[in-house]
Ligand binder design. Sequence first.
Ligand SMILES: C[S@@+](CC[C@H](N)C(=O)[O-])C[C@H]1O[C@@H](n2cnc3c(N)ncnc32)[C@H](O)[C@@H]1O
Length: 218
Amino acid sequence: METQFWVDRWQAGNIGFHRPNFNEYLQQYWPQIGVDPAAKVFVPLCGKSLDLTWLAQQGHSVIGNEVVEQAVVDFFTEAELEPTRVQQEHFEDFSHGDIRILCGDHFALREGDLDGATAWYDRAAQVALPPETREAYYDKLAELMPVGSIGLSLAFEYPQEQKDGPPFSVEEDEVQRLCHGRFSVELLDRMDRLALEPRLVEQGLTRADEAIYRLVRT
Ligand SMILES: C[S@@+](CC[C@H](N)C(=O)[O-])C[C@H]1O[C@@H](n2cnc3c(N)ncnc32)[C@H](O)[C@@H]1O
Protein backbone atom coordinates (compact mmCIF):
# COMPACT_ATOMS: atom_id res chain seq x y z
CA MET A 1 0.00 0.00 0.00
CA GLU A 2 1.65 3.15 -1.23
CA THR A 3 1.84 6.46 0.59
CA GLN A 4 -0.25 7.91 -2.26
CA PHE A 5 -3.20 5.75 -1.13
CA TRP A 6 -3.22 7.60 2.22
CA VAL A 7 -2.50 11.02 0.68
CA ASP A 8 -5.54 10.51 -1.57
CA ARG A 9 -7.72 9.46 1.36
CA TRP A 10 -6.74 12.50 3.39
CA GLN A 11 -7.25 14.82 0.39
CA ALA A 12 -10.69 13.33 -0.29
CA GLY A 13 -11.68 13.52 3.38
CA ASN A 14 -12.13 9.74 3.31
CA ILE A 15 -11.01 9.36 6.92
CA GLY A 16 -13.77 7.36 8.59
CA PHE A 17 -11.13 5.97 10.97
CA HIS A 18 -10.77 9.39 12.64
CA ARG A 19 -12.80 9.76 15.81
CA PRO A 20 -14.07 13.05 17.24
CA ASN A 21 -13.59 11.77 20.82
CA PHE A 22 -10.83 10.34 22.95
CA ASN A 23 -10.66 6.56 22.55
CA GLU A 24 -12.70 4.81 25.24
CA TYR A 25 -10.28 1.87 25.59
CA LEU A 26 -7.31 4.22 25.89
CA GLN A 27 -9.05 6.05 28.72
CA GLN A 28 -10.08 2.82 30.43
CA TYR A 29 -6.90 0.77 30.11
CA TRP A 30 -4.01 3.23 29.96
CA PRO A 31 -4.15 3.96 33.71
CA GLN A 32 -4.01 0.19 34.42
CA ILE A 33 -1.04 -0.97 32.34
CA GLY A 34 1.78 0.38 34.47
CA VAL A 35 3.24 3.11 32.30
CA ASP A 36 5.43 5.55 34.21
CA PRO A 37 3.54 8.90 34.28
CA ALA A 38 6.80 10.55 33.20
CA ALA A 39 7.25 8.26 30.20
CA LYS A 40 7.43 9.66 26.70
CA VAL A 41 4.80 7.95 24.54
CA PHE A 42 5.22 6.97 20.90
CA VAL A 43 2.07 6.94 18.75
CA PRO A 44 2.78 5.26 15.39
CA LEU A 45 0.64 6.10 12.33
CA CYS A 46 -1.08 8.73 14.43
CA GLY A 47 -3.20 10.55 11.83
CA LYS A 48 -4.72 13.56 13.56
CA SER A 49 -5.88 11.50 16.52
CA LEU A 50 -7.21 13.38 19.52
CA ASP A 51 -5.61 10.63 21.60
CA LEU A 52 -2.32 12.52 21.23
CA THR A 53 -3.94 15.31 23.21
CA TRP A 54 -5.38 12.92 25.81
CA LEU A 55 -1.96 11.39 26.43
CA ALA A 56 -0.41 14.86 26.77
CA GLN A 57 -3.19 15.78 29.22
CA GLN A 58 -2.11 12.84 31.38
CA GLY A 59 1.31 14.49 31.69
CA HIS A 60 3.17 12.53 29.01
CA SER A 61 5.40 13.93 26.33
CA VAL A 62 4.02 12.49 23.13
CA ILE A 63 5.78 11.71 19.88
CA GLY A 64 3.64 10.71 16.95
CA ASN A 65 4.56 9.57 13.48
CA GLU A 66 2.45 10.15 10.40
CA VAL A 67 3.35 10.02 6.72
CA VAL A 68 0.71 12.44 5.36
CA GLU A 69 1.55 16.11 5.91
CA GLN A 70 -2.11 17.18 5.67
CA ALA A 71 -2.97 14.98 8.67
CA VAL A 72 -0.24 16.58 10.76
CA VAL A 73 -1.16 20.11 9.71
CA ASP A 74 -4.84 19.37 10.44
CA PHE A 75 -4.00 18.03 13.89
CA PHE A 76 -2.26 21.22 14.98
CA THR A 77 -4.75 23.51 13.22
CA GLU A 78 -7.76 21.82 14.82
CA ALA A 79 -6.04 21.91 18.22
CA GLU A 80 -5.44 25.63 17.62
CA LEU A 81 -1.71 25.19 18.09
CA GLU A 82 1.01 26.68 15.96
CA PRO A 83 3.83 24.17 15.77
CA THR A 84 7.44 24.83 15.00
CA ARG A 85 8.47 22.94 11.87
CA VAL A 86 11.99 21.67 11.32
CA GLN A 87 13.02 19.69 8.26
CA GLN A 88 15.24 16.76 9.17
CA GLU A 89 16.84 14.13 6.98
CA HIS A 90 13.90 11.67 6.89
CA PHE A 91 11.16 13.71 8.57
CA GLU A 92 9.65 17.07 9.06
CA ASP A 93 9.48 17.58 12.81
CA PHE A 94 6.32 19.40 13.99
CA SER A 95 6.38 20.38 17.62
CA HIS A 96 4.29 22.31 20.13
CA GLY A 97 4.59 21.95 23.90
CA ASP A 98 4.43 18.28 24.84
CA ILE A 99 3.35 17.05 21.41
CA ARG A 100 5.73 16.32 18.55
CA ILE A 101 4.83 14.63 15.29
CA LEU A 102 7.49 13.33 12.95
CA CYS A 103 6.01 13.58 9.47
CA GLY A 104 7.45 10.77 7.36
CA ASP A 105 7.46 7.01 6.86
CA HIS A 106 7.24 4.74 9.91
CA PHE A 107 9.74 2.38 8.31
CA ALA A 108 12.33 5.16 8.02
CA LEU A 109 12.33 5.80 11.79
CA ARG A 110 15.67 5.11 13.47
CA GLU A 111 16.68 4.46 17.05
CA GLY A 112 17.13 7.88 18.60
CA ASP A 113 14.36 9.52 16.56
CA LEU A 114 11.89 8.81 19.36
CA ASP A 115 13.97 10.71 21.86
CA GLY A 116 13.74 8.22 24.72
CA ALA A 117 10.12 7.02 24.36
CA THR A 118 9.44 4.06 26.67
CA ALA A 119 5.73 3.51 26.01
CA TRP A 120 3.56 3.33 22.92
CA TYR A 121 -0.06 3.34 21.86
CA ASP A 122 -1.33 1.61 18.72
CA ARG A 123 -4.85 2.41 17.62
CA ALA A 124 -5.55 1.73 13.93
CA ALA A 125 -1.83 1.44 13.11
CA GLN A 126 -1.07 -2.29 12.75
CA VAL A 127 -4.53 -2.85 11.26
CA ALA A 128 -3.96 -0.07 8.70
CA LEU A 129 -0.97 -1.82 7.17
CA PRO A 130 -1.28 -4.55 4.56
CA PRO A 131 -0.64 -8.02 6.02
CA GLU A 132 2.66 -8.41 4.14
CA THR A 133 4.16 -5.41 5.99
CA ARG A 134 2.89 -6.37 9.44
CA GLU A 135 6.03 -8.26 10.38
CA ALA A 136 8.16 -5.27 9.33
CA TYR A 137 5.94 -3.04 11.49
CA TYR A 138 6.67 -5.19 14.55
CA ASP A 139 10.37 -5.43 13.59
CA LYS A 140 10.52 -1.63 13.58
CA LEU A 141 8.65 -1.37 16.88
CA ALA A 142 11.08 -3.84 18.47
CA GLU A 143 14.01 -1.84 17.08
CA LEU A 144 12.66 1.46 18.41
CA MET A 145 11.31 0.54 21.85
CA PRO A 146 13.82 -0.23 24.61
CA VAL A 147 13.47 -3.36 26.77
CA GLY A 148 10.83 -2.78 29.45
CA SER A 149 8.74 -0.43 27.30
CA ILE A 150 5.00 -0.90 27.66
CA GLY A 151 2.42 -0.62 24.90
CA LEU A 152 -1.35 -0.50 24.67
CA SER A 153 -2.28 -2.10 21.38
CA LEU A 154 -5.73 -2.38 19.82
CA ALA A 155 -6.55 -4.78 16.98
CA PHE A 156 -9.66 -5.59 14.94
CA GLU A 157 -10.59 -9.21 14.40
CA TYR A 158 -13.09 -10.25 11.74
CA PRO A 159 -13.29 -12.87 8.98
CA GLN A 160 -10.94 -11.28 6.43
CA GLU A 161 -12.72 -12.96 3.50
CA GLN A 162 -15.89 -10.98 4.32
CA LYS A 163 -14.34 -7.55 3.71
CA ASP A 164 -11.23 -5.93 2.25
CA GLY A 165 -8.98 -3.85 4.47
CA PRO A 166 -7.94 -1.43 5.69
CA PRO A 167 -8.63 -1.92 8.49
CA PHE A 168 -7.27 -5.43 8.14
CA SER A 169 -8.06 -8.18 10.59
CA VAL A 170 -5.24 -9.09 12.99
CA GLU A 171 -6.13 -12.14 15.06
CA GLU A 172 -4.66 -13.00 18.44
CA ASP A 173 -2.61 -15.96 17.16
CA GLU A 174 -0.91 -13.61 14.72
CA VAL A 175 -0.21 -11.02 17.42
CA GLN A 176 1.34 -13.85 19.49
CA ARG A 177 3.44 -14.99 16.51
CA LEU A 178 4.62 -11.47 15.64
CA CYS A 179 5.52 -10.74 19.25
CA HIS A 180 7.27 -14.03 19.95
CA GLY A 181 10.71 -13.53 21.47
CA ARG A 182 10.47 -9.74 21.66
CA PHE A 183 7.23 -8.69 23.33
CA SER A 184 5.18 -10.33 26.05
CA VAL A 185 1.48 -10.31 25.23
CA GLU A 186 -1.42 -9.98 27.65
CA LEU A 187 -4.95 -9.85 26.26
CA LEU A 188 -6.77 -7.35 28.46
CA ASP A 189 -10.18 -7.54 26.85
CA ARG A 190 -12.09 -8.42 23.72
CA MET A 191 -15.08 -6.27 22.83
CA ASP A 192 -17.87 -7.28 20.47
CA ARG A 193 -18.04 -4.39 17.99
CA LEU A 194 -20.90 -5.92 16.00
CA ALA A 195 -23.19 -5.28 18.92
CA LEU A 196 -21.95 -1.69 19.19
CA GLU A 197 -21.70 -0.74 15.49
CA PRO A 198 -24.65 -1.83 13.32
CA ARG A 199 -22.82 -0.57 10.17
CA LEU A 200 -20.45 -3.54 10.54
CA VAL A 201 -23.40 -5.90 10.15
CA GLU A 202 -24.50 -3.87 7.11
CA GLN A 203 -21.01 -4.41 5.64
CA GLY A 204 -21.63 -8.15 5.81
CA LEU A 205 -19.52 -9.06 8.82
CA THR A 206 -20.64 -11.94 10.99
CA ARG A 207 -17.97 -11.29 13.65
CA ALA A 208 -16.07 -8.12 14.57
CA ASP A 209 -14.15 -7.83 17.79
CA GLU A 210 -11.69 -5.31 19.09
CA ALA A 211 -8.90 -6.94 21.06
CA ILE A 212 -7.00 -4.87 23.60
CA TYR A 213 -3.47 -5.92 24.51
CA ARG A 214 -0.80 -4.91 26.96
CA LEU A 215 2.56 -5.57 25.34
CA VAL A 216 5.94 -5.32 27.02
CA ARG A 217 9.25 -5.22 25.11
CA THR A 218 11.30 -8.09 26.51
C1 LIG B 1 -6.21 4.10 9.87
S1 LIG B 1 -5.35 5.59 10.07
C2 LIG B 1 -5.26 5.71 11.85
C3 LIG B 1 -4.83 7.04 12.36
C4 LIG B 1 -4.83 7.15 13.90
N1 LIG B 1 -4.02 6.13 14.53
C5 LIG B 1 -6.23 7.16 14.46
O1 LIG B 1 -6.49 6.36 15.36
O2 LIG B 1 -7.04 7.97 14.02
C6 LIG B 1 -3.71 5.15 9.61
C7 LIG B 1 -2.79 6.33 9.43
O3 LIG B 1 -1.48 5.88 9.15
C8 LIG B 1 -0.88 6.71 8.18
N2 LIG B 1 0.16 5.89 7.53
C9 LIG B 1 -0.03 4.90 6.64
N3 LIG B 1 1.14 4.34 6.31
C10 LIG B 1 2.10 4.98 7.04
C11 LIG B 1 3.52 4.84 7.15
N4 LIG B 1 4.19 3.94 6.43
N5 LIG B 1 4.18 5.65 7.99
C12 LIG B 1 3.51 6.59 8.75
N6 LIG B 1 2.15 6.78 8.66
C13 LIG B 1 1.47 5.98 7.82
C14 LIG B 1 -2.04 7.12 7.28
O4 LIG B 1 -1.81 8.32 6.58
C15 LIG B 1 -3.18 7.25 8.29
O5 LIG B 1 -3.28 8.57 8.77
